[in-house]
Design a protein around this ligand. Sequence first.
Ligand SMILES: Nc1ncnc2c1ncn2[C@@H]1O[C@H](COP(=O)(O)OP(=O)(O)O)[C@@H](O)[C@H]1O
Ligand SMILES: [Mg+2]
Length: 274
Amino acid sequence: MINGVTYSDTLLKLSGVNKSLGGEPILRNVDWEIKDLHRPGFTQGQVVGLLGPSGVGKTTLFRLLAGLDQPDSGTILVEKEGIPVQRGTVGVVAQDYPLFAHRTVLGNLQVAGRQGGLGGTELRDRAQSLLTRFGMTDHGAKYPAQLSGGQRQRVAIAQQFMCGEHFLLMDEPFSGLDMLASQRVSSFIQEMAQSDELKTFILVTHDIAAALQVADSVVLLGRDRDAAGNAIPGARIQASYNLVERDLCWRDGITTTPEFLKLLQEIREIFPRL
Ligand SMILES: Nc1ncnc2c1ncn2[C@@H]1O[C@H](COP(=O)(O)OP(=O)(O)O)[C@@H](O)[C@H]1O
Ligand SMILES: [Mg+2]
């Protein structure tokens, strides 16, 4: 394997997951497994992209992964012990970065830390050190309304670091951001994935290029087609791409290589049929 990478324990395992909304199947028989990645000589976390066109069922799956909704049938287990996922097991950054409007940035971090069981000086120190790490030291006393979208997103991610979850799920982390802001978020996610506290990012997105740029593996969520080419209701994982094996991560200039552009094109062609 390239870079000496190996995979071991199962971190997340979905088996036969079904979910209908309003009587319509949205997810059908979703099987998906994420294994722990090891890269010799590095503290290397994972960035997994869950890609699919709008309306295919990504947010529905996101809510199940977050434990915010329950599947109609099938299981979603976390960690090698195989514990059913529950609300709070994984960190969640929703699409609109909800923060407490009446609390400052620092206050928002402290609320998250308290929910995670921290208190006293430990709570304050951790919040302060996260502000520094997220380049937000000048903004600690500001209220959410005084922040840009990108800054709100940082605070929402920092909140998840306060409670020290192993997983961080993000729904459409690039939406509403311009190219530069989107690239900042990508580098930031990669940097965070190499920190030791929080190791697995699952990014749910319809942005193929952004996902390929930041992820070390991506899966496609989509529907099957009948013989006449019509979509059968209910999406499942249709394909998965390991970017480590393709040597398409962790080095500079990847996005302009022919291999990267070829994969981007390939997925762009599949997308309309998902
Ligand atoms: N509460 C609901 N009741 C009925 N249908 C829903 C509900 N929520 C979402 N849907 C439908 O489920 C499908 C998938 O939605 P969603 O998971 O939000 O897609 P995505 O995030 O991939 O854009 C869409 O067709 C949407 O209209
Ligand atoms: Mg969505």
